[in-house]
Design a protein around this ligand. Structure first.
Ligand code: COA
Length: 263
């Protein structure tokens, strides 16, 4: 853990903050003194998150809708008066071969992930620019760099997020706004893992191949986010940080990790 209250006075927004990785990030940031607005489409999930997290502002809305995004940022500003950080975490994903993927399926995921990140970043930007301070963390994926077979919609969207992260970092750095991406690996107990790694046998095989052979914890993503929004992390921008137990280093190779002779 970082020093208690190291985020005291920091006020920020987490999209998709009512469940999964978003909720875990919220827990970590609140434990270190941050004050939060969390968003999500499902009001019952938001109410449940609020009952766990305590004094957070919850605003229901869809990251794909510019009006919802504007209302959320307005509500945050009315309550807190400043936005120090934004965590673009809302995502949508499901396993589907390209040949079976409908246009609407592709559009839905692209719009949640890429469009949502664009809309929320643009909505907080004027407030951050005015104060000359801001941190934006985009949630990417390690497959943003390579291929994303069977989640091609998500791969295309996360590649867009990676590029958008770098473009925003370059355009907004001189306003004091730092923009970075976190690329989570397989994180336990998340909607994503339920959807993408439903087969325990295949999951075990994959985990055994990883340099750190286990699922990640949501709190480990939360601590990476905390590091990047910590006021002392003031010279890091435009990076994409894998928090994945080294999963992105696995290439089939001759002898995959975990399959070599024991010492
Ligand atoms: N396989 C194939 N197509 C699918 C699908 C699946 N498992 N799930 C959804 N779709 C298609 C739908 O059929 C629809 O296409 P169609 O109109 O051509 O039939 C399209 O995707 C949109 O689905 P819909 O449920 O109407 O959209 P939505 O906006 O309500 O939901 C999703 C968005 C599809 C991304 C949904 O999975 C979601 O809400 N996900 C959020 C949670 C999540 O994914 N978490 C994991 C993050 S890693």
């Amino acid at each position: 853990m970082f020093q208690e209250n190291c985020l005291k006075g920091q006020k920020g927004l987490i999209t998709g903050g009512s469940s999964g990785i978003g909720l875990e990030i919220a827990r970590v940031l609140i434990a270190h003194g941050a004050e939060l607005t969390i968003t999500g489409r499902d009001t019952s999930k938001l109410a449940h998150a609020k009952s766990e997290l305590g004094d957070v502002l919850t605003v229901a809305g869809d990251v794909r809708q510019a009006d919802d995004v504007a209302q959320t940022v307005d509500a945050h500003m009315a309550r807190f008066g400043q936005v120090d950080f934004l965590i673009n975490n809302a995502a949508g994903n499901f396993l589907c071969p390209i040949e079976a993927m409908s246009e609407n399926a592709f559009r839905s995921v692209m719009e949640i992930v890429a469009h949502g990140t664009f809309l929320f970043s643009k909505a907080v930007f004027p407030h951050m620019k005015k104060r000359g301070y801001g941190r934006i963390i985009n949630t990417g994926a390690t497959y943003a760099w390579g291929q994303a077979s069977y989640v091609a919609h998500s791969g295309a969207a996360k590649a867009a997020v990676l590029n958008l992260t770098r473009s925003m970092a370059v355009e907004w750095g001189h306003y004091g706004i730092l923009v970075n991406m976190i690329a989570p690996g397989p994180i336990d107990q998340t909607e994503g893992m339920k959807r993408l790694m439903a087969d325990p046998k295949k999951t075990d095989m994959l985990l055994n191949m990883m340099p750190v052979p286990r699922m990640g914890k949501g709190s480990e993503i939360g601590l990476a986010a905390l590091f990047l929004i910590h006021p002392l992390s003031s010279y890091i921008t435009g990076i994409a940080l894998p928090v994945d137990g080294g999963m992105s280093l696995i290439t089939p190779g001759l002898i995959p990790p975990g399959f070599g002779p024991k010492a």
